[in-house]
Design a protein around this ligand. Structure first.
Ligand SMILES: Nc1nc2c(ncn2[C@@H]2O[C@H](COP(=O)(O)OP(=O)(O)O)[C@@H](O)[C@H]2O)c(=O)[nH]1
Ligand SMILES: [Mg+2]
Length: 335
């Protein structure tokens, strides 16, 4: 059926429905891009190709931070503020912890309950049980679909542990790290690597008796970032305090996000960044396809395991085994 007139018409119809703001069509399209079936992947690629001219028109914001920092609470409130200003907001959650512990997706939905109930917002949790790579691969495509559906703000929530934050930083325009005031060592729990990705650090929970501690934490982040950013011409990370719970400081946060986005756009860095991200995206998909095709062959799969076992047992070096696999797969060295 693939490539047939029926399938082409379907894609045309789906593309139009998505652009017309049909939420069911959008949800179905996201499910299609998340599907591992080769046929679905071909259809998904055709659909994305069709929608490409209508993508890229949003402010893409990554929101990261340790579990419990208040990311979901912040997104719920910020999202509500933005829809009240007539923005159409899409929220994508790339949370490896929530896909593992089935319960917290439900928790997230309740935490973003007010936003989820708003017709101008669209919330999509990451597919349960998917691997990090899988989730982030389809998150890029999901961003494109949400943009084609007219969402002008895309918020991507990710946990700042592991590699998911780097993957998300590679698909957004502005990266926000949500921090919390800690006891004593204020910077605890935030890895240097996460700080280095940040355009904005938002110290959350600056409310009740935590205001002073939040201010102190903000000072320490400023100092740390001042040192880290020395010598980086295009990196001037901003630090602010806020309370997602009380909706305090969220306007200032959004002003910073817009300021950063406008500066990137004006200097041409936004286009450069996005084209670099698109090239990286192509490479990742191609590598995944190659690997999948290779492992799909029974013979290759058998040798893959055999050689991996040898490498594990120290009977063969990783390089020699990889070369042998390439040879078995018929990959010739370039001249
Ligand atoms: N005091 C206070 N608590 C907050 C604030 N934002 C979130 N919380 C609480 O922190 C906990 C974790 O919030 P959540 O949004 O799920 O964090 P996430 O894991 O980063 O998404 C919840 O109990 C929230 O109610 C805030 O601004 N102030
Ligand atoms: Mg959360």
């Amino acid at each position: 059926m693939r490539g047939s007139d029926t399938s082409k018409k379907d894609i045309e119809r789906t593309a139009k429905a998505i652009r017309d703001g049909d939420r069911v069509a959008l949800a179905r399209a996201i499910t299609l891009v998340e599907s591992a079936k080769p046929g679905d992947q071909v259809d998904a690629a055709a659909l994305l190709d069709r929608l490409l001219p209508y993508t890229g028109k949003s402010i893409r914001v990554g929101i990261s931070g340790v579990p419990g920092a208040g990311k979901s609470t912040l997104i719920d409130q910020l999202g509500l503020n933005l829809v009240a200003e007539d923005h159409k907001v899409a929220v994508l959650a790339v949370d490896p912890t929530s896909s593992r512990s089935g319960g917290s997706i439900l928790g997230d939905k309740t935490r973003m309950g007010r936003l989820a109930a708003d017709p101008r917002a669209y919330i999509r949790p990451s597919p349960a049980g998917d691997s990090l790579g899988g989730v982030t691969k389809t998150t890029r495509e999901t961003i494109a679909l949400a943009e084609a559906a007219g969402h002008d703000v895309v918020l991507v929530e990710t946990v700042g542990v592991g590699q998911s934050e780097t993957a998300v930083a590679n698909m957004v325009d502005v990266f926000v790290v949500v921090a919390i005031p800690g006891a004593g060592d204020e910077l605890q729990g935030i890895k240097r690597g996460l700080l280095e990705l940040a355009d904005i650090i938002a110290v959350n929970k600056a409310d009740s008796d935590q205001v002073v501690r939040a201010d102190r934490a903000a000072m320490e982040y400023r100092t740390a970032l001042h040192i880290l950013s020395a010598g980086h011409e295009n990196w001037d990370p901003q630090v602010l305090t806020l309370s997602a719970r009380d909706n305090k400081g969220l306007d200032a946060l959004w002003a910073k996000v817009k300021e950063r986005h406008a500066a990137l756009a004006a200097s041409g860095a936004l286009d450069e960044r996005r084209s670099g991200q698109a090239a990286l995206w192509m490479r990742e998909i191609f590598e995944q396809r190659l690997l999948a095709a290779f492992k799909g062959g029974k013979r290759a799969a058998r040798h893959f395991q055999e050689l991996e076992d040898k490498v594990r047992a120290g009977e063969m070096t990783a390089a020699a085994a990889a070369h042998e696999l390439a040879r078995l797969a018929g990959i010739k060295d370039a001249d």
